[in-house]
Write a protein that binds this ligand. Structure first.
Ligand SMILES: Nc1ncnc2c1ncn2[C@@H]1O[C@H](COP(=O)(O)OP(=O)(O)O)[C@@H](O)[C@H]1O
Ligand SMILES: O=P(O)(O)OC[C@H]1O[C@](O)(COP(=O)(O)O)[C@@H](O)[C@@H]1O
Ligand SMILES: [Mg+2]
Length: 320
C-alpha cells in the first residue's frame, strides 16, 4: 500500500485546507495511507507526523488557514537538515509527499526529490501568484477579492473627505495582486515592482482627476515597490490633496476561500494524488488555460517572468 504525506509551508493561503481535504480524500479513495505533517518542513524535521483520517478533513473546504499549520524553516536550505527530515519520512515508509506552498516551498520539495528520491508533488498555495507553471495560485483569487472589498470601503470615506488613499497590498516581489485589484477596483493609479513607476505621473493623474471634478483617488501600491510611507511623503510634495495610507496586511490571507479557489485547490489536489499513484515525483501541478497541467518543480522559479505590461497599460489608461 502506498503511503503519502501532506504538508503546508510558507505563508498560508485560503484554499490550503480545501487542497488538504482533496488530497486526503482522493488518496484514501485510491487505497493509500495518508499522513499529515504539522508546521511544514519544521514538523518534518521534528517528526510531527501523524495519520490523517477522513474525519480530520471533514468540513474544512470552506475554512481559511491550514489545519496542518504552517511555518518557515530557513535552515531547510542546508542539505544536512533536509537529510534528517527525509529520514523521518522514510522511517514511516512514506514515499510520496504533497507540498502545498509557494516558490520557496517548491525549492525544498525539489531538493527532497533530487537528493532523497521522495516523490514530491507541489500544489501552488500562496496569495502572491508568483509561481510559473500555473496561471493562478490557490488563495490569490480570495486575496484579490478581499482587496477589492477594502477598496470599495476606502472609496466611500475617501470621497467624503476628498482624499487620496495609498493602499498597500501584499505579493512580495510580484505585482499581480496590486495590478488586478487596480483594474477590477477602478483605481486611480497602481505601483508594481515589475515596472518603474513615477511619482510625478501619479501626481499628474491626481491633478487631472481633481480638475475634472473627481473627489477621491485610490492608488494601489504593491509591497514590493518599497516603503509606502516614503512614497506618501514624496507624493505630498507634489499634490495638495490630503493623503492617507492604508496597509491591508494579513487581512488579505484570511477568511473563506472563494468558489474559484476551492475548485482550483480540489482539482490540483486530486491531480497531485494521481501523479503519485503513477509513481511520479519532483513535479508541480497548475492550471493553465483552464487545464490542469504538470511541470518539473524547478519550472516554478526558472520560468517566472510575469510582465503583464499590457494590463499595466490598461490600468493606467483607465486611471483618469
Ligand atoms: N532555496 C531553498 N531550499 C530549500 N528550502 C527552501 C528554499 N527556499 C525556501 N525553502 C523552504 O520553504 C519554506 C517556505 O518558503 P517561503 O519563501 O517562506 O514561502 P513560500 O513557499 O510560500 O514561497 C522556507 O521557510 C524553507 O523552509
Ligand atoms: O506572514 P509574514 O511572515 O509576515 O510574511 C508576509 C509575506 O507572506 C506573504 O503573505 C505570502 O508569501 P509566501 O507565500 O511566499 O510565504 C507575502 O505576500 C508577504 O510578503
Ligand atoms: Mg513565496
Amino acid at each position: 500500500m502506498k503511503k503519502i504525506a501532506i504538508l503546508t509551508s510558507g505563508g498560508d493561503s485560503q484554499g490550503m485546507n480545501t487542497a488538504i481535504r482533496a488530497v486526503t480524500k482522493a488518496a484514501i479513495n485510491k487505497g493509500m495511507e495518508v499522513y499529515g505533517i504539522r508546521r511544514g518542513y519544521k514538523g518534518m524535521l521534528e517528526d510531527q507526523i501523524f495519520p490523517l483520517t477522513l474525519l480530520d478533513v471533514s468540513g474544512i473546504a470552506d475554512k481559511g488557514g491550514t489545519i496542518l499549520l504552517s511555518a518557515r524553516l530557513p535552515e531547510f536550505k542546508d542539505p544536512e537538515v533536509r537529510a534528517k527530515a527525509a529520514a523521518n519520512l522514510k522511517k514511516y515508509g512514506i514515499d510520496g509527499l504533497v507540498v502545498i506552498g509557494g516558490d520557496g516551498s517548491f525549492h525544498g520539495a525539489h531538493y527532497l526529490y533530487e537528493e532523497h528520491g521522495i516523490k514530491t508533488i507541489g500544489i501552488p498555495g500562496t496569495i502572491d501568484n508568483d509561481v510559473a507553471g500555473t496561471d493562478y495560485t490557490v488563495g490569490y483569487d480570495t486575496a484579490l477579492n478581499i482587496i477589492l472589498d477594502a477598496i470599495s470601503k476606502l472609496k466611500d470615506t475617501a470621497t467624503s473627505h476628498e482624499r487620496t488613499y495609498l493602499v498597500e497590498v501584499m505579493g512580495r516581489n510580484c505585482g499581480d495582486l496590486a495590478l488586478y485589484a487596480a483594474i477590477a477596483g477602478g483605481a486611480s493609479g497602481v505601483m508594481i515592482p515589475e515596472t518603474e513607476s513615477s511619482i510625478d505621473n501619479i501626481a499628474d493623474v491626481i491633478r487631472k482627476r481633481r480638475a475634472e471634478g473627481k473627489l477621491y483617488d485610490i492608488i494601489v501600491v504593491a509591497e514590493g515597490v518599497g516603503n509606502v510611507m516614503q512614497i506618501k511623503d514624496e507624493l505630498a510634495k507634489k499634490v495638495d490633496t490630503s493623503i492617507r495610507v492604508t496597509i491591508l496586511g494579513h487581512i488579505q490571507r484570511g477568511g473563506a476561500p472563494t468558489a474559484f479557489d476551492r475548485i482550483l485547490a480540489t482539482r490540483l489536489g486530486v491531480r497531485a494524488v494521481e501523479l503519485i499513484e503513477e509513481g511520479k515525483g519532483g513535479l508541480m501541478v497548475g492550471i493553465q488555460s483552464e487545464e490542469v497541467t504538470t511541470h518539473k518543480l524547478s519550472y516554478a522559479w526558472e520560468n517566472y517572468s510575469k510582465t503583464s505590461a499590457s494590463d499595466y497599460a490598461i490600468a493606467n489608461m483607465l486611471s483618469l
